[in-house]
Design a protein around this ligand. Structure first.
Ligand code: 13P
Length: 349
């Protein structure tokens, strides 16, 4: 199956009332782990690459690895997404490479660190929307600022410093025409999100619910959604790691989000933890090993297990065969004639 528009994937998820995991990748083993999990659970999926990932793997390597996934698994709808684009040029380069979706994170200035003004965010996001929609490509924007730093991108600090204002979210969605909207509700990138199991004082699900009520047709995106499970932390620490005690976003809170308009859930850290734990275990218990396959294979399997579990918990499992991909050129026409501004995509089975 050709790569699918993320808009189509998320419109279908909205119809079915489920969420879709968006998993970050840097290398072949992570892509293989995601695809094995998608096949195992029969799930559509978003595979996403940050700027850091594109630089690490080299653009064309990463693009062709994801393309290989779509060739090898024709039954699985895959949207290829740029995570946290920092500028119009970053998004344009992803679109020209063949990504079917981009995130323009205009909540930060181009340095990827300094919070921007509302007007700056609207201007750069709208510019990306115009360029992307002309080509049938989906756009995710961000309003409010997440905490933490990932791959050098992020304002740092706690996730509570710039929680999204629902009035601004509505104005932002209307003025930019984004397909999906990332909001800040207290989460942050990385392993250290919360110092105890989060409650309503640090994880603002009430803000998410208020935004969904005002924007029922905009797909909401939860970033920083790793659950940072204790069992994955324990494996790392058991085999020589030094992680401090920490809490992520409980899966039941994500499921509450999914019942309230969340359609895309970003997960990176849980997969990093799973792979690192598996690699540490091999190197710690079998120090004579030196063939990378001896530790990359268990690492890949550990990530597959986490991804398959999340796919089941988010509800995307079982939905890979619900629809056929709409060609990106058709989607561009829907943006041009205005139908996609007000209506979900309707796909054939
Ligand atoms: P985690 O660090 O919680 O996995 O979040 C990843 C993310 O939001 C990528 O954009």
């Amino acid at each position: 199956m050709p790569l699918v528009s993320m808009r189509q994937l998320l419109d279908e998820a909205a119809k079915g009332g489920y969420g879709v995991g968006a998993f970050n990748v840097n290398d072949m083993e992570q892509i293989q782990a995601i695809m094995a999990a998608a096949k195992e659970t029969n799930s559509p999926v978003v595979i996403q690459a940050s700027r850091g990932a594109r630089a690490f793997a080299q653009d064309r390597f990463l693009f062709h690895l994801i393309l290989a996934a779509s060739e090898l698994y024709p039954e699985i709808p895959i949207a290829m997404h740029q995570d946290h684009g920092n500028s119009f040029e970053t998004c344009k380069s992803a679109i020209e490479l063949g990504y079917t979706s981009v995130m323009m994170d205009g909540s930060l200035k181009e340095d990827g660190k300094t919070p921007s003004s509302f007007e700056e965010n609207v201007a750069v996001t709208k510019r990306v929307v115009d360029f992307a929609h002309d080509r049938g490509v989906t756009v995710e924007g961000e309003i409010g600022v997440l905490g933490g730093v990932e791959d050098g991108h992020g304002a740092g600090g706690s996730g509570l410093e710039h929680v999204t204002d629902p009035d601004q979210a509505v104005e932002f969605a209307e003025r930019t025409g984004v397909d999906a909207l990332a909001i800040a509700i207290g989460t942050s990138h990385g392993a250290y999100k919360f110092t105890k199991k989060p409650d309503g004082s640090v994880l603002k699900m009430d803000v998410l619910i208020a935004i969904h009520k005002r924007l029922p047709n905009t797909h909401l995106v939860m970033h920083g959604s790793s659950s940072v499970p204790k069992d994955l932390q324990d494996v790392i620490n058991q085999y020589g790691g030094k992680l401090k005690e920490t809490w992520g976003v409980p899966v039941e809170e994500i499921q509450l989000g999914i019942r309230n308009g969340v359609r895309k859930i970003n997960v990176d850290t849980d997969n990093r933890l799973a792979m690192t734990g598996a690699i540490r275990k091999v190197l710690w218990t079998q120090p004579e090993k030196f063939d990378p396959r001896d530790y990359m294979k268990p690492a890949r399997e550990a990530m597959q297990k986490v991804v398959a579990l999340r796919m089941t918990q988010f509800g995307q499992a079982g939905h890979a065969g619900d629809y056929a991909p709409i060609p990106i050129e058709e989607i561009a026409k829907g943006y041009a004639d205005g139908t996609l501004a007000t209506q979900p995509l309707v796909a054939a089975k």
